[in-house]
Design a protein around this ligand. Structure first.
Ligand code: NAD
Ligand code: MG
Length: 404
């Protein structure tokens, strides 16, 4: 269960490391913090390489530390900051991101790095007992048990930022420590269906990255937007829900809800269904995850029910969108299968964005990788990292053959 142990760090001010601060979730987080300067202080900002964007954030939030993965970009940031009176110390490399995730001063970590690259720092925050605002779903997909066990052992409270999981959290019975499953029959995970919901297979065969990046409801980073267009995002989210809420794949039902108003629901044994609704704006789940069990302003308007019409729900089409089926199968298979799925998917998304693979070849490549990778129990981090590495290799080889 999420947050099984003590609630930590809810007293103010929270001292925060924002990992992936220049991205979509990172900037939405900072927009929420802007509304509450008395409640939150930024200790660290971390990103990949965009030093100009991080410079602007440093000047505004004056964090103790700023981290860039890229050494040259970090040097650029250091030089630029030296010309200002901003006291921020600049560090470089992955170990520096891990350090700001577990630093003693930090109460709260926003895990908003994209992809498998987010795993080491997310795990470090969980091990260090931080309040962990989890956007980086890939880390749970890759190493769900390890991450949840680490959080349980340290007393880390994992607050889901992914809008669906945040909605499920809000719809589950609340306890002083988190949520529980008392009386729950099913988790209803909603999906927008992406930009190609009604497209035929023929139409899908010629989809371009630009078309896939044009999500109908949400404005997000490129990787999660492509994942939304293939429905892999929903597959990753189903696995994420299994770990966060300690349920099996069959306890989660995916419902395509193109309006993205109902962010997910929980059905109970007595026939009740509890849902969380709102505008599709990530500042709402971020604010909730920051302040739970209290509520704070997020900057998002309430829903205007009189302007809403036709909230519809339909079953996902696993034939046109096999990525969701592959994710469900990987979760059922267990062990390193979800790690392999995630790794192959990351390789495929990158290739698709580079226009070196066709849209319908993504699920084929992921399925091929799953059937050729060695699936073992995901018992420790080295095993997971090795499974990730060899799956990437298999996927790349397959993509090479496809483009030859
Ligand atoms: P994004 O591409 O907009 O931003 C990614 C951030 O991660 C950037 O700050 C980038 O500099 C940083 N980064 C990339 N590689 C890094 C590395 N190796 N080390 C350190 N930092 C690195 O992505 P996003 O849309 O903000 O998504 C972030 C995570 O949140 C993803 O896991 C995504 O699935 C999840 N998520 C996003 C949304 C959304 O609305 N954007 C919604 C739900 C979940
Ligand atoms: Mg989501």
């Amino acid at each position: 269960m999420v947050g099984v142990d003590r609630i930590r760090n809810v007293s103010h001010p929270q001292v925060i490391s924002v990992l992936g601060s220049t991205g979509s979730i990172g900037t939405s987080t900072l927009a929420v913090l802007d509304l509450h300067p008395d409640k939150y202080r930024v200790y660290a900002l971390a990103a990949n390489s965009r030093h100009e964007a991080l410079l602007e954030q440093c000047l505004r939030y004056q964090p103790t530390v700023a981290v860039l993965i890229d050494e040259n970009a970090a040097e650029q940031l250091r030089l630029a900051l030296a010309k200002t009176d901003c006291p921020t110390r600049v560090e470089a490399g992955e170990q520096a991101v891990i350090e700001v995730a577990k630093a003693a001063e930090v109460t709260t970590v926003v895990a908003a790095i994209v992809g498998a690259a987010g795993l080491p720092s997310t795990l470090a925050a969980a091990e260090a007992g931080k309040r962990l605002l989890l956007a980086n779903k890939e880390s749970l997909v890759m190493s769900g048990e390890l991450l949840m066990d680490a959080a349980k052992a340290s007393g880390s409270l994992i607050m889901p930022v992914d809008s669906e999981h945040n909605a499920i959290f809000q719809s589950l019975p609340q306890t002083s420590n988190g949520v529980n499953l008392s009386g729950v029959k099913k988790i209803l995970l909603t999906a927008s269906g992406g930009p190609f919901r009604n497209w035929t297979k023929d139409e899908l065969s010629v989809v371009t990255p630009q078309q896939a990046l044009n999500h109908p409801n949400w404005s997000m980073g490129p990787k999660v937007t492509i994942d939304s267009s293939t429905l892999m995002n929903k597959g990753l989210e189903l696995i994420e829900a299994c770990h966060l809420f300690h349920v099996g794949a069959d306890d989660v039902q995916v419902l395509v809800h193109p309006q993205s108003v109902v962010h997910s629901m929980v059905a109970y044994v007595d026939g009740s269904v509890i849902a969380q609704l709102g505008l599709p704006d990530m500042r709402t789940p971020i604010a909730h995850a920051l302040s739970w069990p209290s509520r704070i302003e997020s900057g998002v308007q309430s829903l205007d029910f009189l302007a809403l019409s036709n909230l519809t729900f339909e079953a996902p089409d696993l034939d046109r969108f096999p990525c969701l089926r592959l994710a469900i199968e990987a979760q059922r298979a267990g062990g390193t299968a979800p790690t392999v799925l995630n790794a192959a998917n990351e390789v495929c998304v990158e290739a698709f964005l580079n226009e070196s693979v066709a849209f319908l070849q993504l699920p084929d490549t992921i399925e091929y990788t799953l059937s050729h990778a060695k699936i073992t129990p995901a018992s420790d981090l080295p095993t997971i990292i090795e499974a990730d590495k060899s799956a990437r290799q298999i996927a790349r080889e397959m993509l090479g053959r496809l483009s030859a």
